[in-house]
Ligand binder design. Structure first.
Ligand code: F6P
Length: 551
């Protein structure tokens, strides 16, 4: 059975809803959040939706019923429902690579069916999950021993991009669920300092290296994997140690074999899983070893719940669609250049970095699916840090700066620690910040508080700065899954409206190719005569400084 790809869309700026939003924006801008809340005392409860364990309060956004109507109309004009259906049906919507986009199949129940070229992929997904569970249990219980008979105490994930950011984020996020006898570390950068730091003081007999790379060709990962092999074989004095200290997570079996890892120690996945959408696949092995198969299954359950919510819920109550459309409103009709994600959770401190790849590698595109240059903004620059730390660094700009920066606040009612009173303080800060951004403080209010005339403006807060608040009971594996799937589908919603392919990443290729070329020239000590004058001068200075070091 063949699955059709997506039908071409007319140019976005010719869409009736787009034009209507352009006309609507100035009038919307004249109403402040103070006005909108004053006009509707129920706004705070009305503009609130729930999916699984996540509640989204989107009331502090520049939205009237008309804005929402136009945004939903835009999504319909851009055929979002058909596009969601096409993804779930396994259509090759990654059109520049001719691939299906089926990360949703990674979290399917065993009795569900997801077809790629007419073949149900769910049994294969569960076969790999079962092998991962069996291996994780062996490592966790101490049944899997290193070459010299020692128990594994350190798991080092070597991978970069999607083969790093998801597992690293999840390891911190699920700290409260991790096996204390095992420590997971991550090596991503080709900078040898990272490998050195991750292995400093470790007994190689207690280390399991997890080589995570979809392609098994990525320069950084292959270089670090080679360093790991030297570290392991150098210590054990025998290549046979590799079989006890290395596993591979990849789609490239021949590459894994060539590197010297027995395919029996390989956990596979498929080309219909994008790197930045792969934390539920074999790429999640380090997560599963840390938290155990049960908790990993709970995380998948969370992802699955959000997938189902996204697939079937009307736009009006659909969290990813709402968040996607709200983000698009500021991005395209109010010229917001960036977007801040502010988790009030130390455990979620790596979430912004994870989302940077998800959002910016997916939707940082200037070409439509049809191959023409587009004439509107696509992905915003995503950034963020955990609260409350960030309050003492960049919140000044959020409150009084000149730029519009829509924010997502993320918080939990219960702590994953025993210290509830300190947690309450954390959450009081979250609520206060969203409130201060939205409602600010006028000059008159500042004066009424006794602020001198000279300082009244400097000590006022313009307010009217929009934010979403995402609140969940507690940061559990299930809630983490829901949260990540929420952002994945939010990216999908925006990408489909912008009519771009959110699932390729050609933008990273030129730099990789040039680095290889330059690296060869550096190795040979020659310089390309056609090299631009800046790069040539930098290389000359570099070589001179290297020879000083040698001398
Ligand atoms: O260079 C970008 C990228 O291809 C990402 O999309 C990907 O997540 C990362 O590199 C790592 O790729 P791999 O898992 O194949 O090593």
């Amino acid at each position: 059975m063949s699955t059709p790809s997506l039908s071409p869309l007319p140019a976005l700026r010719t869409s009736a809803a787009w034009r209507a939003l352009e006309s609507h924006a100035p009038a919307l801008h004249r109403q402040t959040l103070r006005d909108l809340f004053a006009a509707d005392p129920q706004r705070g409860t009305r503009l609130c939706v729930q999916a699984g364990g996540l509640v989204l309060d989107y009331s502090k956004n520049w939205l009237t019923p008309e804005t929402l109507r136009l945004l939903f109309e835009l999504a319909r004009e851009r055929e979002l429902p058909a596009r969601i259906a096409a993804m779930f049906a396994g259509a090759p919507i990654n059109n520049t690579e001719g691939r299906a986009v089926l990360h949703v199949a990674l979290r399917a129940n065993p009795d569900e069916r997801y077809l790629v070229d007419g073949v149900n992929v769910v049994p294969e997904v569960h076969e790999v999950l079962a092998r991962m569970a069996s291996f994780s249990n062996q490592v966790r219980s101490g049944a899997w021993l290193g070459y010299s008979g020692k128990r594994i105490r350190y798991v080092i994930n070597i991978g970069i991009g999607g083969s790093y950011l998801g597992p690293a984020m999840a390891y911190d996020a699920l700290r409260a669920y991790c096996e204390p006898a095992l420590e997971t570390r991550f090596v991503a950068n080709v900078d040898p300092a990272e490998f050195a730091a991750a292995t400093a003081g470790l007994d190689p007999g207690e280390v399991l290296f997890v080589i995570a790379s979809k392609t098994f060709t990525t320069q950084e990962t292959m270089t670090n994997a080679a360093a790991a092999r030297r570290f392991c074989v150098g210590h054990h004095g025998n290549e046979a140690a590799v079989a006890r200290h290395f596993v591979a997570l990849s789609t490239n079996e021949s590459g894994v074999r060539e590197f010297g890892i027995d395919p029996a120690n390989m956990f596979g996945f498929w080309d219909w899983v994008g790197g930045r959408y792969s934390m539920d696949s074999a790429i999640g092995l380090s997560t599963m070893i840390a938290v155990g198969p049960e908790n990993f299954a709970q995380m998948l359950r969370g992802f699955r719940q959000m997938d189902e919510h996204f697939r079937v819920t009307p736009f009006e109550r659909n969290l990813p669609v709402l968040m996607g459309l709200i983000g698009l409103l500021y991005n395209n009709f109010f010229d917001a250049q960036s977007y801040a994600v502010l988790p009030y959770s130390h455990d979620l401190r790596r979430l912004p970095a994870y989302l940077q790849q998800l959002v910016m590698e997916s939707n940082g595109k200037f070409v439509t699916r049809g191959g023409s240059a587009l004439d509107y903004q696509t992905a915003p620059i995503l950034w963020g840090e955990p609260g409350t730390n960030a309050q003492h660094s960049f919140y000044q700009l959020l409150h009084q700066g000149t730029r519009l920066v829509p924010c997502d606040f993320i918080g939990f009612s219960q702590s994953t620690t025993d210290d509830d009173s300190q947690h309450e303080l954390l959450m009081a800060n979250l609520f206060a910040q969203a409130q201060a951004l939205a409602f600010g403080k006028t000059e008159e209010e500042a004066r009424a508080e006794g602020i001198s005339e000279a300082l009244a403006l400097a000590r006022s807060y313009p307010g009217n700065r929009p934010s979403n608040v995402l609140l969940a009971r507690r940061l559990t594996p299930e809630v983490l899954g829901e949260l990540i799937a929420l952002y994945e589908h939010c990216v999908f919603t925006q990408g489909m409206i912008w009519d771009i392919n959110s699932f390729d990443q050609w933008g990273v290729e030129l730099g990789k190719a040039l680095a290889q070329k330059i690296s060869k020239q550096m190795g040979a000590g020659t310089a390309d005569a056609k090299l631009d004058s800046s790069t040539a001068a930098l290389l000359a200075r570099y070589h001179a400084q290297r020879s000083e070091q040698a001398g």
